[in-house]
Design a binder for this molecule. Sequence first.
Ligand SMILES: C[S@@+](CC[C@H](N)C(=O)[O-])C[C@H]1O[C@@H](n2cnc3c(N)ncnc32)[C@H](O)[C@@H]1O
Length: 288
Amino acid sequence: MKKMKVNYIRKCDAVSGMLSLPDASIDMVVTSPPYDQMRTNGNAAVFDFPPIAREIWRVIKPGGVVCWVVEEQISNWSESGTSSVQRLYFKELGFALYNTLIMQPNFQRTNTRVRYGRSPQYCFVLSKGKPKTIDLIRDRKNSTAGCRTPSTFRNENGSLRFSTVGVVAEYGVRQTTWHYMTGGSHLTADEFAMPHGSMMPEWMARDLVRSWSSPGDLILDPMCGAATTTKMAAMEHRHWIGFEPFEKHYQISLQRMKSLWDCPCGAINHGTDFACGKCGATKLEQSA
Ligand SMILES: C[S@@+](CC[C@H](N)C(=O)[O-])C[C@H]1O[C@@H](n2cnc3c(N)ncnc32)[C@H](O)[C@@H]1O
C-alpha cells in the first residue's frame, strides 16, 4: 500500500484538501472555523460548514477525536446559535458529543454593561465512538491534597458503604472550564504570526493534542490559519497536515512550521527559543 504523505501544509480549502485524504486516515482533528462574520478577513463567503463536517467524519479514524473551537457572534440582541447548529449536525453524522469545554479568558476588554460577559468560546470535543486515547491533564490543585478520605458508595437499597481510606493526590483532572490569559504574547512568541488576527493560544492546541492523541499519531487542521495546531502537533511528536486557502495565512503557516528547530536530544523547539527546552543546548551549539 502507498505510504501516505504527512507533515505538510497545502494551500487549498478544507473540503478539497480532505478529499485528497483516504477514509479513516486521521487520528485527531483540532480546528477552529471562521466565527460567523466576526473575523471575515474578507473571506467569509467561502466557508460552507456541512461538506466540511462530512469530510471530517469520513477521514477520522474510529476512536478518533475532533476538537472544534468556536465562538458566536452577537447581533440584534441575540447570539447567532451557529455553534449549536454545527454541534447537532456533527451528532447527526454519527459523532458522540463526548465533552464540551469552555475556554474562558481571564480578562475581556469587551463592553459587558448589557450582559454577563460575551459569548463563550466553546471547544466541542467530538468522538467517533469511544476515544482510543484519553490522557487527561491533571493540573487542578486539590484543596484537600494529602488528606486521608474514605470513599463512600451508595448500595442499591440506598444505604452507604464505606470502603478504603485513600490519600487525596496533589493534583486532580482539569475541569471543563479552561482559563487563559488574552493578548498577543499569551498566544505565541511568534510575532510574525500576529497579522493572522484570530489565532488559538498555543497552549490550548497543545493541551487538546496531549489529551486525545499519542506520539506518532496524525493530526489534521483543515482550517489551519497560522498553523497553531500543526506547530503544537509537531512539537508533541505527532505527524501533522494543515489546509489553508488564503495566501496571507498560508505564508504565515509555512513560516511558522519552518521556524521550528530539532535538537539532537529529540526535542522540537519554538523558532524563538535560543536554548533547547529539554536539554538546554543552544542553537549555536547545534550548528557548530
Ligand atoms: C479562526 S481561524 C483559524 C486559526 C487557527 N486555529 C490558528 O490558531 O492559527 C479560521 C481560518 O479558516 C480559514 N478558512 C476560511 N474558510 C476556509 C475554508 N473554506 N477552508 C479552509 N480554511 C478556511 C481562514 O482563512 C482562517 O485562517
